[in-house]
Design a protein around this ligand. Sequence first.
Ligand code: FAD
Length: 405
Amino acid sequence: MKRPTILVLGAGYGGLSTVVNLQKSIGADDANIVLINKNEYHYESTWLHEAAAGTLTPEQVRYDVKDVINEGKVQFVQAEVTAIDIPGKVVTTNVGTHTYDYLVIGLGFEGETFGITGLDKYALSIANVKAARQIREHIEYQFATWSLEEVKDDSRLTIVVGGAGFTGIEFLGELGNRVPELCEEFDVPKEKVRVICVEAAPMVLPGFDPELVTYAVRQLEAKGIEFSIGTPVVEATPEGVNIKKGEDEFEFIKAGTVVWAAGVRGNRLIEETGIENMRARVKVDKDLRAPGHSDVFIVGDCALMINEETNRPYPPTAQIAMQQGDMIANNILALMKGEPTSKFVPDLKGSIASLGDDDAIGVAFGKKMFGKKASFMKKMVDNRALFLIGGVGLTLKKGKFNLLK
Ligand code: FAD
């Protein structure tokens, strides 16, 4: 019998979790497992705010895909997927084409600008490790230029962060620690720097416990971060952003750096597949297959799942992506054996948002926590993700061990 080809697109949390679980349970002769990823490395998307602020280097947030796959069982192809032809069962990349029997799409997230004028051109986005490096270098460039220029333009030292959701708040937490370092490095007086968070919604961190939100805002404000809440960004220009403060009231914030952290969507390649989607996310069947496509699984941020208790989509998280990868590996095995697939039910263990390297808020295993305890737990969660994909070796190599900072 012909060996089936399992083609996995994307070596993010979802794709890698699928592959490492497949390689554990499939014999080398049972299937061809092919993993395609744009880079030769995986990056920890959940650490990108640190790379963007410059509190971690790009090197620290990534590792080689080959460090975690068994090359005796998995063929790794470094290539950029450019098209997915579902009826023809062919995936095209910049270096060639691949056919498949089972396809797993795990191409991750992209920033969503909701059509706001100028954001795609003038705002930076924490979308991947290269984009995070660009933000770090852009901020450093602004500080370096300010310290050199004769007629000083203080707006170079203003950083606007669009969005007070999870990513925005985590990035602000890192900036709160990083700005004093930058001031020292570039001889910039701290009072010249402004970091402003602009949020359209009437609250910070929607969905989080109000007591924890109050704590987070207080801690960030103590580090000099300003909040402008309920004030949507209506336009970005090369000079900054225009925000709406009232019915006919607008304010222009002149800023050297604008980082948009207010929304994500799935990978836009999904929109060209013909599979029904919402903002490039596919509302998957219970066993994580694309509706009407028995050989196509969707994992991670490209998948959309409704929480039946709240009737709202589950937020896109690494936690869910990894659990889905595990389930997809099991379901592909089941299909290969002619057995029924299983229903995916997320096992939500909580959510912790960092406020810099030394502080955090969140709920884990049903317990509310903040401060050093939450920060410790956050690092344990980060290390656990490494452990689940690459075992003890990867955890020791890339893990966070400044646990009690
Ligand atoms: P990704 O991890 O984004 O991986 C997608 C992969 O596909 C990447 O390797 C990419 O290079 C590759 N790829 C993309 N396009 C192509 C292409 N055309 N060809 C080939 N390869 C391609 N979640 C949590 O659970 N906890 C957190 O604390 C948390 N914090 C976060 C902090 C930040 C700053 C951000 C941005 C996100 C955070 N998240 C968190 C969300 C989490 O990172 C995502 O939900 C998760 O990364 C989704 O995993 P994924 O496998 O779908 O995609």
